[in-house]
Design a protein around this ligand. Structure first.
Ligand SMILES: NC(=O)C1=CN([C@@H]2O[C@H](COP(=O)(O)OP(=O)(O)OC[C@H]3O[C@@H](n4cnc5c(N)ncnc54)[C@H](O)[C@@H]3O)[C@@H](O)[C@H]2O)[C@@H](O)CC1
Ligand SMILES: [K+]
Length: 531
């Protein structure tokens, strides 16, 4: 079931297109408030976030030097007004006008003359200031960004030294606010302070990987966004709320029966890892189909598994499968049952071809494909829509959506930010996994986790988001800031689930001071999001 939730509540973040945000702002401006008021609220939150960063890094903000990169629009005005608050706290503030002039609301609040970077002398002075700044605030352009970043803004961004502290205003300049695509030159932020609503690029890769820590500032427009964001992110609370937990009347058959067709001569371990992932996250029964010696290996490592086909609730198909006619037949038969399926690796292309040809016994919200970028490229080729891996990495959401629409499936595209895209374009983006997660067999464990969740009756979109979350959390626990091997992810999966369920208990009996999702914070907000 799809849950309606608050825009900025602790359980789900909703992200909106720039048109949706702009119309919410326009609506608010018409009746509830003025431009000046919105900018003042946004700027106050921005300044608080900057001061926190400066204090955390330098012990005190007093005496630090902050350079504001100020575009011609409201994004620049936010930076200028924040500059006024910073000055009041003893920060040395320099403003650089990247487009020759600055929005009048900005100049009204900050009485520091902005250096004009469109003239040569100004540009030289600006580059020198940037090289020496303790913090650079990127107020060049926000949700009105179009095309590649233009000069001289692009020159200024290129001059930001590696290691300089960068705070982006609303969105990092140089990223496309809706698609999350990144132009050649873009800001890489340590913190992005966003106003009123999350923009899609803050959750969608590749932009999501340059936003740093996200800080949300409530400026009062959320009641005007009375729809769900098409792109969402589950926090730990959101995953905990949805996690299937057995009741006293449950038994192994009611807990979920997962049929697994996986493993091969070359990749026998894939089947073992998938089984471990499924048992590690609470499946009731696993029934395995595949080569005899792979079955032997499974029983050696996972004696809980059964080695005969039988009644199942859900299938996990394809992890480590390679050129085995018996398994191909088993995959075909499974796809024809109309049952929910998690479709991985060696079964993805078959599934895409069959469904694109109209053979779709399972509804698109119950069938989850789990490709990596190369497998998505092959799926697109099978649909006659060639795309290189570079094309996909540039606009992963759009390419995943192409497959989701054409084959009427839900696509989980693996990456350092994992996206799960349904055939109607709704998507989740999860980024819990550490970089160490990119290791052999990690995807097999993910498929097993997804299989377990799918057998508990959840929708493919939720299965994908929750599996990505727990996989990432388990990997972070296993890696402990160092290398990890995939079997360790499965080993830590029960601990990751236990941690989540403890949060769920805390939801029922709230404790003081409990915080929302990792990596997210609120600043300067008054009041709450829509409940
Ligand atoms: N969402 C909200 O609730 C609020 C939004 N506000 C701010 O308002 C911003 C939007 O303001 P505006 O509509 O004035 O627009 P922006 O400030 O985002 O940008 C407008 C300027 O950027 C320039 N620009 C566009 N593409 C460029 C490129 N590729 N290279 C260089 N320059 C480029 C344009 O020429 C234009 O002058 C938001 O991003 C946010 O910072 C806040 O002030 C108040 C509340
Ligand atoms: K910006």
């Amino acid at each position: 079931m799809w849950h309606r939730v608050a825009v900025t509540s602790g359980n789900v973040i909703h992200a909106y297109s720039s048109v949706q945000v702009q119309s919410a702002v326009a609506g608010a401006l018409g009746v509830a408030c003025s431009d000046d008021e919105l900018i003042r609220k946004a700027a106050f939150g921005l300044a608080q976030a900057c001061l926190t960063e400066l204090r955390d890094t330098f012990g005190s903000a007093h005496g630090c030097t902050v350079v504001l990169l100020v575009g011609t629009g409201k994004n620049g005005a936010d930076a200028m007004v924040a500059g006024k608050h910073l000055r009041e706290r003893g920060v040395a503030v320099h403003a650089i006008a990247t487009g020759g002039h600055v929005d009048v609301i900005g100049t009204r609040h900050l009485d520091v003359p902005a250096i004009d970077a469109t003239d040569t002398a100004g540009l030289i002075q600006a580059l020198d200031l940037i090289a020496r700044a303790d913090m650079v605030v990127d107020g060049i352009v926000g949700d009105a960004m179009v095309g590649d970043l233009r000069a001289p803004a692009s020159d200024l961004v290129e001059a930001i030294p590696d290691g300089a502290m960068v705070v982006a205003v609303d969105v990092p300049s140089g990223v496309d606010p809706d698609s999350g695509a990144i132009g050649g030159i873009h800001v890489r932020a340590d913190v992005t302070v966003t106003f009123g609503a999350y923009k899609r690029c803050l959750l969608l890769p590749p932009a999501a990987e340059v936003v740093g820590r996200l800080v949300f500032v409530d400026v009062g427009i959320t009641p005007r966004l009375d729809v769900e964001g098409q792109v969402q992110r589950l926090s730990s609370v959101g995953v905990a709320e949805r996690w299937p937990v057995p009741g006293p009347g449950d038994h192994k058959y009611s807990r979920g029966l997962l049929g697994i067709v996986a493993g091969s001569e070359r990749y026998p371990g894939a089947a073992v890892l998938a089984c471990l992932g499924a048992f590690g996250t609470g499946v009731g029964i696993v029934r395995y189909t595949g080569p005899r010696h792979v079955g032997d290996l499974i029983l050696e490592h996972v004696p809980e598994a059964e080695r005969f086909p039988g009644k199942v609730d859900t299938y996990l198909l394809g992890s480590g499968v390679l050129d085995d006619p018996d398994q191909e037949r088993a995959i075909d038969e499974a796809l024809a049952t109309g049952l929910p399926c998690v479709v991985d690796a060696g079964a993805i292309e078959t599934c895409v071809r069959r469904r694109a040809a109209g053979d779709r016994p399972t509804p698109g919200d119950r069938i989850l494909l789990t490709p990596h970028v190369g497998e998505l490229a092959r799926s697109l080729a099978a649909l006659g829509r060639e795309a290189t891996t570079a094309d996909i990495l540039h606009r992963p959401y759009e390419h995943a959506l192409r497959v989701a629409e054409a084959a009427e499936v839900t696509v989980l595209l693996k990456g350092s930010t994992t996206i799960v895209v349904g055939p109607d374009g709704r998507a989740f983006s999860q980024d819990e996994g550490p970089a160490w997660l990119a290791t052999a067999g990690s995807g097999d464990v993910l498929a097993g986790i997804a299989g377990a969740l799918s057998s508990a009756g959840l929708s493919a979109l939720e299965v994908g988001a929750m599996a990505a979350f727990v996989h990432g959390r388990a990997a972070a626990m296993a890696a402990d800031d160092g290398p990890l091997r995939a079997s360790k992810i499965a080993e830590h999966a029960p601990g990751a689930v236990r941690e989540l369920l403890a949060e769920r208990t805390a939801l029922v009996r709230p404790r003081a001071g409990r915080r929302g999702g990792r990596g997210l914070a609120r600043a300067g907000g008054r009041g709450r999001g829509r409940e």
